[in-house]
Design a protein around this ligand. Structure first.
Ligand code: HEM
Length: 109
């Protein structure tokens, strides 16, 4: 909220619901350097103006690290109108697709 508007951070884990370019290092590096995913401009809270100064090796290392993360199923899309997310209990685009996790009181999965 605030000056950034209603925006949620992306799911960077290697899950089908995460970023779609896990097989495209050049796309990741371009996103980190330009603040655009293809034609889509990212919210300016994502500090790409800082990240753009990292070396190719730094960015490749971050990309390699992200691939080691445990996949987390969590659809987030800031181009869609915010809806309640049963998983993180906040509102964000595609929130309605996410069901509560096992173990949650009202688990549906
Ligand atoms: C090394 C650290 C970081 C990496 C590798 C990273 C990477 C990314 C990437 C690749 C995206 C685009 C996801 C997509 O394709 O939709 C993204 C989006 C985003 N990032 Fe970061 N990020 C980092 C740090 C941060 C920080 C520090 C913040 C805020 C304080 C932030 C906030 C966001 C937000 C809000 C979005 C979604 C923007 C939108 O959809 O318009 N990120 N990040």
């Amino acid at each position: 909220m605030g000056v950034w508007g209603e925006v949620s951070s992306a799911n960077l884990t290697p899950d089908p619901s995460g970023i779609s370019y896990y097989d495209d290092e050049a796309m990741f590096i371009s996103t980190m350097r330009t603040g655009h995913v293809g034609a889509r401009k990212l919210s300016s809270i994502m500090p790409w103006q800082v990240f753009r100064n990292m070396t190719d090796e730094d960015l490749r290392s971050i990309f390699a690290f992200l691939k080691t993360l445990k996949p987390v199923s969590h659809n987030v899309d800031n181009t869609e109108a915010p809806t309640f997310c049963g998983r993180c209990k906040t509102r964000h685009g595609l929130g309605e697709l996410n069901r509560p996790l096992n173990g949650d009181k009202d688990s549906g999965t």
